[in-house]
Design a protein around this ligand. Structure first.
Ligand code: IVH
Length: 672
């Protein structure tokens, strides 16, 4: 048949097309197809790869969504050490650098490439035959963490290069960044979930790149700029030209880089970006100046720590001085008390600052903060301004030191602090107003019970009128009760009652998240729900049983046990159960990961079995972290062989050196 369907070619075609669209969208910022069309092509590719795993490539665009499998990071040595740059804050020192280079090159002519210093986390990418081979973090400069899987999810990093004039083997380094807008969205979300905020996009990018779960990384929206190519057969002797080439191969290279011919041009470049950097979508903290010619770079060489052919000029952090008027203490949903500085309003990088975070009691003490102090407020890379220093010379004689409150500012209960924790918190969780309201707000949130007709104002009204005191009370509300809040409010009330009733369909793992147990976020709730598929089992779980679950540490386990030992909480759960809220996992068995012994191995099932049906084996494979595939290929790891299996399959598996395991061996492997 001449025109028959060729899955291998179709997979290759779809991969190329999707990568092209990724590049248009994430590197060139000019998409040429719509999201829907893109999704359809992606779906087709996913299906084909599932059907024909033998043609699935590790650098396929489908890998950009990440997988849920956990992999601890492997440490690898850098081929060339990852050095840092000499820093300076003054133009004079830049001029001195320029002179040193001039002398070092014996007065030969040279060019300087001016670049932005991106404020993220550095990454080294190795490409072999145009394919991304591995991605490694800086680490200690000599060894770094292999973060290839996470890096594949960064859409602006090409997995397969365009064109054909790239070296067979080379390394390219750059900065992984979280754009401002993405960073702000992430922190808003974390604030809602009462998770600790990231101080700046740099920490957020570095933290994200080191997450265990690549699909979470994929969802975080990282970006990457590349700024340095290394290898034996680079296209030209010029750093600038090499990066222009890299751009042609699909890399995101900043178009802000310039070739500069004199110290005057360097100064102009610095002055321009000192102002203009505020309009960039990503954080920058300076300018990097590099000698353009690679031969000249080699001639200048390195000191022990940094190259002699480059220097970083750092921008001044933006700072203002203002008066500290008072400190307020806010109580969150989990009882954590956060100090907030109230300041005389002051202009700082384009916005008026009135408040600054003080984080915790230790920070107040280390600053030796007094009411009425003139304080330095900085906004550097940080989104929430912070107090960095105090002008003790200007301190009024009668000023009093800032004391962290000892009792809850809302309910008066003495605060407690747990060992190893910086934060103080109010333990009166069931009778402290902001905690009660906060918990109810958390319960109704979209990612929890999704009771979308309710909002914080209505919750506050219910609470203040004594209609609700906890989340179970929501289910006792009637249309008549609710309608009293509003004139002609029956329709509105009916809507609220309906959406409360609908929350009884929300699956168990989200109920667990909705309860608002300290340290139990969405992901932890999922893990707990799959290890303890009913609320009763979770209630009876011991610290040892809890910490045996992957990713559940001592701190979370302790918090769960404490929650389940509180009679008020148990009564609450019992009431919720009576109102019909889900207290058991009715998840499909595939979603309950029991172990990861198979570590994403592709397993083919063949023949007939004694202990379980084929379908049961399929489920078991998935429950233990493997993938069931239908046909034997070189990508198959195991052939689960039952009785009467086809001779062709057996022959092919033997020829490809695939491990053939019997039913008993398999059951032993997964410990059943
Ligand atoms: S070049 C040997 N160029 O700054 C030179 N670095 O302290 C290698 N960085 O670790 C670095 N933007 O993470 C270079 N345009 C740029 C950069 C840049 C940001 C970071 C990088 C490096 C640190 C140097």
């Amino acid at each position: 048949m001449e025109n028959s369907f060729n899955p291998q070619e179709r997979i290759a075609y779809l991969s190329r097309t999707l990568e092209e669209h990724n590049h248009n969208y994430y590197v060139l910022n000019s998409p040429t197809i719509g999201d829907r069309e893109f999704d359809m092509l992606m779906q087709e590719l996913q299906q084909l790869e599932e059907q024909y795993p033998e043609y699935a490539q590790p650098n396929s665009p489908t890998q950009r969504v990440g997988s849920d499998i956990n992999h601890a990071f492997v440490q690898v040595a850098h081929t060339y050490p990852m050095l840092s740059l000499g820093n300076t804050y003054s133009i004079e020192e830049v001029a001195a650098f320029y002179e040193r280079v001039k002398q070092g090159l014996g007065d030969a002519p040279f060019d300087i490439v001016g670049e932005l210093k991106f404020d993220g986390t550095s990454i080294s990418l190795t490409y072999k035959n145009g394919q991304l081979l591995r991605a490694v973090t800086r680490g200690d400069g000599t060894m770094g963490d292999d973060v290839t899987r996470n890096t594949r999810t960064i859409r602006s990093i090409p997995l397969v290069l365009k064109g054909n004039d790239y070296p067979d083997f080379f390394e390219i380094r750059g900065e992984v960044l979280m754009p401002w807008a993405t960073f702000e969205r992430l922190n808003e979300e974390r604030e809602r979930q009462e998770e600790p905020l990231f101080a700046n996009p740099r920490n957020a990018a570095a933290g994200t790149l080191k997450l265990q779960n690549p699909s979470t990384v994929a969802a975080r929206g990282l970006d990457a700029y590349l700024y340095y190519m290394l290898g034996e057969n680079l296209p030209t002797d010029n750093h600038y030209d090499n990066l222009q080439k890299a751009r042609e191969w699909g890399f995101k290279v900043s178009d802000t880089m310039r070739v500069l011919h004199s110290i005057e041009e360097i100064k102009e470049f610095i002055d321009y970006w000192d102002v203009e950097r505020r309009n960039l979508p990503v954080a920058t903290d300076g300018i990097v100046l590099k000698v353009a010619s690679i031969e000249q770079q080699e001639e200048l060489g390195y000191t022990a720590k940094s190259p002699r052919w480059a220097i970083a000029y750092k921008f001044q952090a933006e700072e203002a001085i203002t008066r500290l008027n008072s400190v307020s203490f806010q109580v969150g949903r989990t009882g954590t008390v956060t100090p907030v500085a109230n300041l005389d309003p002051v202009q700082l990088s384009g916005t008026v600052v009135r408040r600054a975070s003080l984080h915790n009691a230790d920070i107040i003490r280390s600053l030796d903060l007094h009411i009425g102090d003139m304080v330095h407020v900085e906004k550097g890379g940080e989104i929430i301004p912070k107090i960095t220093a105090v002008d003790t010379d200007q301190r009024p004689a009668d000023s009093t030191p800032v004391e962290f409150v000892r009792n809850c500012p809302e309910c008066g209960t003495p605060l407690v602090r747990e060992e190893g924790e910086a934060a103080w918190f109010c333990p009166n969780s069931n009778h402290c107003a902001p905690q009660i309201k906060g918990r109810i707000e958390h319960y109704i949130a979209r990612k929890a019970m999704d009771i979308d007709s309710l909002g914080p104002e209505t919750i506050a009204q219910f609470f203040e009128r004594g209609m609700i005191n906890n989340v179970a009370d929501l289910y006792t509300l009637t249309v008549d009760d609710v309608a009293t809040l509003k004139q002609q409010g029956r329709k509105w009330a009916q809507n609220i009652i309906n959406s409360i009733a609908r929350s009884c369909d929300v699956p168990y793992h989200r109920v667990l998240f909705a309860l608002g147990i300290r340290f139990v976020g969405e992901t932890v709730a999922k893990r707990l729900a799959s290890a303890f598929p009913s609320m009763e089992q979770l209630r009876d779980a011991t610290i040892e049983q809890l910490t045996a679950v992957p990713e559940i540490g001592e701190r979370i386990a302790q918090s769960v046990v404490e929650y389940m030992n509180d009679l008020d909480n148990l009564l609450l759960i019992e009431r919720l159960a009576q109102y019909g809220v889900q207290m058991k996992a009715v998840d499909t068995p595939e979603t309950q990961l029991r172990s990861n012994v198979l570590d994403s191995a592709a397993v083919v099932i063949s023949g007939t079995f004694e202990h379980h049906s084929r379908d049961e084996y399929k489920t078991l494979i998935e429950q233990h972290g493997g993938r069931n595939v239908s046909s034997v290929s070189s990508a198959t790891q195991y052939l689960l062989a039952g009785a009467n299996m086809g001779p062709a399959k057996l022959e092919k598996a033997t020829r490809l050196g695939i491990k053939i395991i019997s039913e008993t061996e398999f059951l032993q492997m997964i410990d059943e």
